[in-house]
Design a protein around this ligand. Sequence first.
Ligand code: SF4
Length: 673
Amino acid sequence: MRYAETGFELEVDLSRGSIDRVESDPELTKLHLGGLGTSARILWDRVPAETEAFSEDNLLIFATGLLCGTAAPGCNRTVVSTFSPQTQLLAYSMMGGFWAPELKHAGYDKVIIRGKSPELVYLWINNDKVEIRDAAHLRGKGAIETAECIRQELKEPNAQVAAIGLAGENRVFYASIEQGRSSASRGGIGAVMGDKGLKAIVVRGTKDVNVARPAEFMKLCDEVLQYIKFRADHPIPGVPAILQGLGSPQEMAIVDEQWHTTSFMWGNARTRRKDFWTHEIEDKWRKSQEDVRTRLISCYNCPMKCGATISVPGQPTYMMKCYSKLTYTMAAYSDLEFGFKIAQRATEYGVDGFSAPQVMAFALELLEAGILSDADFPGMPADVEGRFFWLLDRIVRREGIGDALADGVYWAARRIGKGAEKFDHNTIKKHEQLPLKLGMLNPVYYLMYATGEKINITQIEGQFPQAPFPTMEEREAFVKDWFQVPDDKFKRYLLEWEPRGEKSNPHYPSVEASCDVVDWQEKMHYIDDALGTCAGLSSFPLKPPYHIHNFPKFISAGTGIEFDSASVWKAATRNRTLLRAINVRRGMRRADDKPPEDHWKKRFPDLEKTLLDEYYKLKGWNANGIPTRESLLDLDLACVAEDLEQRGILGDANAGSDKAGEETQAKEALSHA
Ligand code: SF4
């Protein structure tokens, strides 16, 4: 008997129209836990390195985390993984909501999709009954509209629907998969779903999910709930409002957006408006938010209520996710009212709320610079808000200039040419990033931006404060009850970190401390992504209820497989290394590990080189960023070592040189063109 997980996966081949229920290997749970970890293993084992994103052989995996569907609060993440059309590397994105727990209750840990359907279809999973159904009548429909239509036609109001909109159908490189209260948006996984001819996966599950030691497990759950209450009453002092509490962050509950609007950039990551936030703006934005916010809502089994239903007069109700309320607003230099309006249409179309606004701002910048002309935008309104709606409509249909823009800033810039490449100043590994441009290099963030396999900073950071506390008194107060640290050295790192002087950025945290901090932060994300824990209760906020000391207890009591902190840490290290190996096998090298040139005004090339060198060493990678044979064997990844060796990658001394990286990029650009 398997506990916490079901031990079964659905294998669906859309080319052949076949559906198989397959038992999974319990050894893989011990090695990789579940969720992203076991999905990565499947992608490594079954998708050849040369496979293009839009190939029949590319897999699209919907995975539940190991603890999804159990009573563990906030364990509800669906991890969708595949190969990205935009980065051509591994893409993985999480969605909250209710989908993953529903799949567990239907009796499956994963749905593994391969092949392509000649006609548009959807998959209907109703406990043991699974069928591929015609979706021709849903072509062109919005993602939320699709979910509603399907629930009605199946007469299943409680079915959970993960669907794509027009953007996914038209293979927009930053198309999302929407799921009512959440979405999996990064990396273009919605485009892969569209390419496979799959409009939606619909799930209804009514079976039990068993845990190995229920009484012990419930006690752990109670402790987490108690701590969540404690943290609600004890916000962290001395940090921006958005970082004081738990959750993902509480964008829809709070109105104070001073930190985002004055620290982040507007337009195409271009302009900082340090004086933007005033009492007048706060009052106006409060009214805008309260006028449309119907109610605050939570994901499955979570008390946090991070999301909200939004009802803008004249538009269907939708759910606002996380930071999207500001991404469109700030890219267009507009206001919150506009942000709420356009987010509704963008959600129906199914596009990533981080990438889409930046692509549109980039297009308007090219127009202003004369690289594009009015002829490229026939009939576009004069006002900036109208322009954003106009551009969004064309991008998701790949009409006119929208076709190039649908490939994202990196590829569009190269297709448009005429100097447009210079305006691609905020991508990493061909993927749009948060619109942040700062002064002094921050060594911890340098490493995370450069090396994060997720290529998405918000899902790598957390745990360690983003900036030093000004006074020793504040630092001492912070570390006093900081029991989440895996080692007391992190307290020392924080106590010694000063806003100015020798012990400040870029030289402090020191190289060693920076590597340790990044290692801790990313490991927590890898644990979450394997267990299905929401980062908002674990790896993202300061002092969260889940941490390295209670995770092993949850896993042991849940699965009946004994884990301690060391073995959980090792599983996270294994997963992190496997993801690196997957991307290395696809050509990624040290030269690709770099943040945008202008992310910081003050750069320190020698220090940055040392940071990368030492981070690689800590990870067990060589100077080229390639996991060494020894570290792979130590992590029980002999098959990975063997494959990389056969390809000549493990012994490739030049593989990490800038030249090799540039050649890889040039080759990719050529193959894409
Ligand atoms: S913390 Fe927020 S985003 Fe996370 S599971 Fe709970 S409600 Fe959802």
